[in-house]
Ligand binder design. Sequence first.
Ligand code: SF4
Length: 214
Amino acid sequence: MQLEELYRRLLRFYGPQNWWPADTPFEVVVGAILTQNTAWKNVEKAIANLKREGVLDPETMLRMSDDALRELIRPAGFYNQKTRRLKAVCRLIVDSGGVEELFKLPVDVLRGTLLSVKGIGPETADAIILYAAGKPTFVIDRYTHRLFVRLGLWRGGYNYEGIKAFVEGQLEPSVDTYREFHALIDEHAKRTCRKTPLCISCPLTDLCPKHGVC
Ligand code: SF4
């Protein structure tokens, strides 16, 4: 199966997802860190706290005490770790001359720069590059791996860089397509191709070797 066909099917079935829900690129950066190991509804509460207190900008967050920041992001969980990660990315942004300056870097350089920040791994870095910087890099996650394995598109374990190279080798680099496709894969994984899949309501049954046996 071609990935373009998979993308078209998911888009037709679920409709545009229009990720990422945020008012500014910096809000996307914060959301990408806060969403590590937690559900999005918890991230929304933490971001609402940051907005209510008027601190959702890198300079202000850097100036805040760790205790104050920790309290505001508490709903997102792992708040000690995430406080350190947010401060580290704010430091990077401020030292780079702001979000816009940082995002002027070429994709590969920007990716390497983000990955050098402790606590930012490939998934978070790629989410920031794609959804905040608006540059084409595909975001892989566990949902992508699970779906691709079930569809017979990927064999073997979770290999972030390998699966990313597989997708980018098949799809033209397009920010809009990459954004939608990643969002659609996650939507499909949450609603239909769950841990225990709901194959009966799946738009991919004719393409899926697992259909009828899972
Ligand atoms: S048919 Fe079942 S296993 Fe295959 S993609 Fe659909 S939900 Fe997932």
